[in-house]
Ligand binder design. Structure first.
Ligand code: APR
Length: 229
C-alpha cells in the first residue's frame, strides 16, 4: 500500500448529474432497451443497425454532457496524490475534467474498433458509426464497447491499482456487474475506503457508506483527503 496512491472506482452514478442515464435506476437505459438486443454479441449479429443507432445516440448524448463537480474533484486529487481512475463508464467526462490516468473497463464511446482485431481501435470523437464504415482490414467497424459476455479491459492493471492504494473511493455503482464489481475486494484492509451512492443494499466489506449525490459528497471527501495529505 502506497500512502500517496488513490484509487477511484466509478459507475454510471458519477455521470448522472451530467445528464447521462444510469442503467438500473428507474427509467434507466435497461428499462428502455433490452440488453440482449443492443449490448451483446448476438444482438450485434442479429441487427447491427439497431446496435449502431443505440450507441450513436449515447455517443451524441455523452458529447453534449459536461463534467460535474464529482468528476472535477476527482481530477483535483492529482494535485497531491497519484490517482488511478478505474471506470465502468464509457463516457470521457473523467478525462475532460482533467483526470490523467483513466482505465475504461467497459470500453469508450469515443472509439470504434475492427470486428476482426479488437486491438485495432479508431478515435471517432462524437461521430456516428454507420453500416458500411470499415476498418483497415475491410471489416465493419463496431463500437469499442465491452458487451455482455465479452471480457472487460485492464482487469489486471485495475486489480493491482486497487491493491496499491491507501485511499479507495467508490462512486455511483450498483456493484451488480462482474468481474468489475469484485475489484473492490482487492482494496487493502488498511486503506481508507469510502463508497458514495444513492442507494444500495450492502456496501462492500470495510467501506464507509455515504448515501447522497456524487456532485455534493465527492468534492467534500476529496477536499478532506487533500487537506490531510
Ligand atoms: N450520485 C451518486 N450515486 C448515484 C447517482 C448520483 N447522482 N445517481 C445514481 N447513483 C447510483 C445508484 O444508486 C446506483 O447504485 O449509481 C448506481 C448506478 O448503478 P447502475 O445503473 O447499475 O450503473 P453501474 O453500476 O455503472 O453499471 C455497471 O452495468 O450495464 C452494465 O456496462 C454497464 O458499466 C455498466 C455496468
Amino acid at each position: 500500500m502506497n500512502s500517496h496512491k488513490v484509487l477511484v472506482f466509478t459507475g454510471a452514478g458519477v455521470s448522472a448529474e451530467s445528464g447521462i442515464s444510469t442503467f438500473r435506476d428507474s427509467g434507466g437505459l435497461w428499462d428502455n432497451y433490452p440488453v440482449e438486443l443492443v449490448a451483446s454479441p448476438s444482438g450485434w449479429r442479429n441487427n447491427p443497425k439497431l446496435v449502431l443507432e443505440f450507441y450513436n445516440r449515447r455517443r451524441a448524448n455523452a458529447a453534449q454532457a459536461q463534467p460535474n463537480p464529482a468528476h472535477i474533484a476527482i481530477a483535483e486529487l492529482e494535485k497531491k496524490f497519484d490517482v488511478t481512475v478505474v471506470t465502468q463508464n464509457v463516457d470521457d467526462l473523467h478525462e475532460r475534467a482533467g483526470s490523467s490516468r483513466v482505465l475504461h473497463l467497459h470500453g469508450e464511446l469515443s472509439k470504434a474498433r475492427s470486428c476482426l482485431d479488437e486491438n485495432l481501435t479508431y478515435s471517432i470523437g462524437n461521430k456516428p458509426i454507420q453500416l458500411g464504415d470499415k476498418c483497415e482490414l475491410d471489416s465493419q467497424l463496431r463500437p469499442h464497447i465491452v458487451w455482455f459476455g465479452e471480457i472487460p479491459f485492464f482487469l489486471d492493471e485495475a486489480k493491482n491499482a486497487f491493491k496499491d492504494a491507501a485511499y479507495v473511493l467508490v462512486v455511483g455503482t450498483s456493484l451488480q456487474v462482474e468481474p468489475a464489481a469484485s475489484l473492490v475486494n482487492s482494496a487493502p484492509f488498511k486503506a481508507k475506503k469510502i463508497m458514495v451512492t444513492l442507494e444500495i443494499e450492502h456496501s462492500p466489506k470495510g467501506f464507509e457508506l455515504q448515501r447522497g449525490k456524487a456532485g455534493q459528497l465527492v468534492p467534500l471527501i476529496c477536499r478532506q483527503w487533500l487537506t490531510r495529505a
